[in-house]
Design a protein around this ligand. Structure first.
Ligand code: DHB
Ligand code: MG
Length: 222
């Protein structure tokens, strides 16, 4: 057996991606735009984009909420899971990111299904209470606010809403008692909430591969 090194994990990640995930030019262009437009290269991995897409189809989502648009790579995956009448509401704090995202969504042919809300999610989320509830919520923004976002996911969802929380592993930092990283603290607080809050039933998966050692939590609003 090979040693489980980062290089081997990347090889397997690449193999799985090549075998199972078909990325078209628009998805590849969305990833490429992050570097050229000066955005951080923290989009979800292709396998995770496909997972979001499949989850949305599995629950026959008509309304999807995304917190943290970045360049809309994950947004494209989610939007392509919806019928033409479906809607993704995606929240982005940085106007420049939102402009890049808009362009990427147009190139992918799904801009008509996506509303980009520009602003701090904590300010935008309360404005969504009068809309129809969301069937799937993807939380991938500032980790310090994870509990705030999970609270809104429960409020804006319904029993059966699927919640995906990104970046729950953080290179293993999550179990380092001496970590002072506020992102780690926010991630732990979010996981604690998913474990204790009776509105959720949750699990989590570690991931290794092209995005390093990380993971996602997957929750059901009960
Ligand atoms: C970070 C945020 C992300 O959403 C991600 O996928 C990876 C890293 C970060 O803020 O460090
Ligand atoms: Mg992320």
């Amino acid at each position: 057996m090979d040693e489980p090194t980062a290089e081997r994990w990347n090889d397997v990640d690449t193999y799985l991606t090549e075998t199972l995930v078909e990325e078209d030019g628009a998805l590849r262009a969305a990833v490429a735009s992050l570097a050229t437009e000066g955005l951080p290269l923290i989009e979800v991995a292709p396998l995770n984009g496909k997972l979001l897409h499949l989850l949305a189809r599995m629950v026959r989502a008509e309304r999807v909420l995304e917190i943290g648009t970045l360049g809309a790579y994950s947004t494209i995956w989610l939007a392509r899971a919806l019928a033409a009448s479906g809607r993704v509401v995606t929240i982005e704090a940085e106007p420049h990111n939102a402009r890049v995202a808009r362009h990427n969504l147009e190139r992918a042919g799904v801009a008509d299904r996506v509303d980009i809300c520009i602003g701090r999610a904590a300010d935008v989320l309360p404005t969504l209470v009068d809309e129809d509830p969301f069937d799937l919520v993807f939380i991938d923004a500032d980790k310090e606010s994870n509990t705030v976002y999970l609270d809104w996911a429960a409020k804006l969802g319904h029993p059966g809403t699927v919640v995906v929380l990104d970046n729950i592993g953080r290179d293993g930092e999550i179990v380092r008692d001496d970590s002072t990283d506020p992102k780690v603290n926010g991630t732990r607080a979010g996981l604690r909430m998913l474990g204790e809050d009776p509105r959720f039933d949750a699990t989590a998966l570690q991931t290794v591969g092209i995005k390093g050692w990380d993971g996602i939590a997957l929750a059901l609003v009960v």
